[in-house]
Each structure stands twice: as structure tokens, then as C-alpha cells.
Design a protein around this ligand. Structure first.
Ligand SMILES: Nc1ncnc2c1ncn2[C@@H]1O[C@H](COP(=O)(O)OP(=O)(O)OP(=O)(O)O)[C@@H](O)[C@H]1O
Length: 235
């Protein structure tokens, strides 16, 4: 039996603004992403990559076309349905958005607080375990300002993955990192994706990390180019 895609996009358009100022930024996007795939989304600045990522992430409303996330339609979804969708996704952003007043472990724990099924004790042990997994077990009580850029990004990864989401969306996760830290961070993301069977969709301008992708999708002027059909061998 064929698996159905975890992300299924058909004829998706997106517009910003209203009336005279209305401007189309995404044009007829069609894309299927399967479970466990690591996809890199590239393209020039302003081509629409972040807009597409935020639509997939339920951070922006979809109004034209179809976008199904784990089988659920997001086009014209209610606020409640979007919140529900967000619970199933881990987000990693360039600026890592860690809370300065919380320790590394407390930051990771934030990734579980939307999931009401866990007790405080369980949240603590799961976040400690995930920090250990990203190699920061000995930094759990450090505050972000006492961690390096790469360490902060690893805390952000631990936070995104602690709830074992089926989908992880990452926007320029290596932009603020030097070559070695950037490489460590993407290797870690790839390893966790394969071990946890989650799908990763990553926007990046960083050509040094393209090799971790199972597939590279290119966007230009709000359109996906045909090159996205080509499979790239990881390695
Ligand atoms: N909130 C907004 N309101 C109006 N226009 C927007 C908004 N956000 C983005 N845009 C426009 O939509 C287009 C696509 O922007 P987007 O941020 O998705 O591009 P990008 O490919 O992610 O760029 P970059 O690589 O520079 O981050 C651009 O023309 C941008 O100016």
C-alpha cells in the first residue's frame, strides 16, 4: 500500500494586502512530501520560501488552493484547527528564539507545554533526555547567554523535537553559525529525523548543507521550478 504524503499541496496561491495593494506572492504551488523525507527549500531572497513555510506551519491562513497537513485541510481552517495543526509541528528558526530568563532545560520543556498529557515530572525527564541527546546534558542549567551560538541552536532543536513531532519546519537554522557548528546542527537534525521518522522541511541559503537533503526544491518568483522533481542522493 502506498503511503499518503504528510504534506500535500495542490494549486496553492497566496496574496498579501487588499484592494489596490493586493499582491500575489505564491503561484500554483504543487508539492507532496512523504514521511521521513528531508527537504531543502532554496531560492533567491523574496521568492516566497518563508511565506510557504509559514502557511505549511499553520502560522498564516491558507485561502486559495489546498494544503493538507497529516491529512487535515488547512485551507479556510478555523483558528482552533490551526492551533491543533501547530501542536503537531516542531519549529526551528534562525534566531532560535530561546527565552533568556529560562535555563536550557526549561526552554526545551516549553516544547512540551502545549501537550497537556504530560505531568511536570514527565516533562522534566523528557526534556533532560532530549538535551542529553543533542550533547548538552551538562549544560541543562545554563542560561542562553552562557551558551555559544551552536549550543543555543542545539537547544532550539531539542525544544522542537522533544514532543516527537511528525513534521519539523526550519527557517535558516544555520545562518548564524560558523561552518563547523552549522554542520553539527544539520547532522543532528538529519539523525533525529531518521531515528524519529519525522519529516524535515528546511529553508536555507547555505550551500554547504545541501547534501543532507533527500530532495531539493527550488523556488523562484513565487513558483516552484521543475528541478524539484529531481532526487538528490544524500551523502
Ligand atoms: N507580511 C507581508 N506583507 C506583505 N508582503 C509580504 C509580507 N511578507 C512577505 N511579503 C512579500 O512576499 C514576498 C515573499 O517573501 P518571503 O519572505 O516569503 O521570501 P523569502 O524567499 O523567504 O525571502 P528571504 O530569503 O529573503 O527570507 C516578498 O516580495 C515579500 O516582500
Amino acid at each position: 500500500m502506498l503511503e499518503s504524503p504528510v504534506i500535500e499541496i495542490k494549486n496553492l496561491d497566496h496574496f498579501f494586502g487588499k484592494g489596490q495593494l493586493k499582491k500575489q506572492v505564491l503561484f500554483d504551488i504543487n508539492l507532496d512530501i512523504m514521511a521521513g523525507e528531508v527537504i531543502i527549500l532554496t531560492g533567491p531572497s523574496g521568492s516566497g520560501k518563508t511565506t510557504l513555510l509559514t502557511l505549511i506551519g499553520g502560522l498564516r491562513s491558507v485561502s486559495d488552493g489546498s494544503l493538507k497537513l497529516l491529512g487535515k485541510e488547512l485551507c479556510n481552517a478555523s483558528g482552533k484547527q490551526l492551533v491543533e495543526a501547530r501542536r503537531r509541528i516542531g519549529y526551528i528558526f534562525q534566531a532560535h528564539n530561546l527565552h533568556k530568563s529560562l535555563t536550557a532545560q526549561q526552554n526545551v520543556q516549553m516544547g512540551l507545554e502545549l501537550h497537556r498529557e504530560y505531568s511536570v515530572g514527565e516533562m522534566r525527564s523528557k526534556s533532560a533526555e532530549m538535551l542529553e541527546f543533542v550533547g548538552l546534558g551538562n549544560r541543562s542549567n545554563y542560561y542562553p547567554e552562557d551558551l555559544s551560538g551552536g549550543q543555543k541552536q542545539r537547544v532550539a532543536i531539542a525544544r522542537a523535537l522533544v514532543s516527537h513531532p511528525k513534521i519539523v519546519l526550519a527557517d535558516e537554522p544555520t545562518a548564524a553559525l560558523d561552518k563547523k557548528s552549522g554542520r553539527d546542527v544539520v547532522n543532528l537534525m538529519q539523525k533525529l529525523a531518521k531515528e524519529q521518522g519525522c519529516t524535515i522541511l528546511m529553508v536555507t541559503h547555505d550551500n554547504r548543507i545541501l547534501d543532507i537533503a533527500d530532495r531539493i526544491v527550488h523556488m523562484e518568483d513565487g513558483q516552484l521550478s521543475n528541478a524539484n522533481l529531481q532526487l538528490v542522493t544524500a551523502g
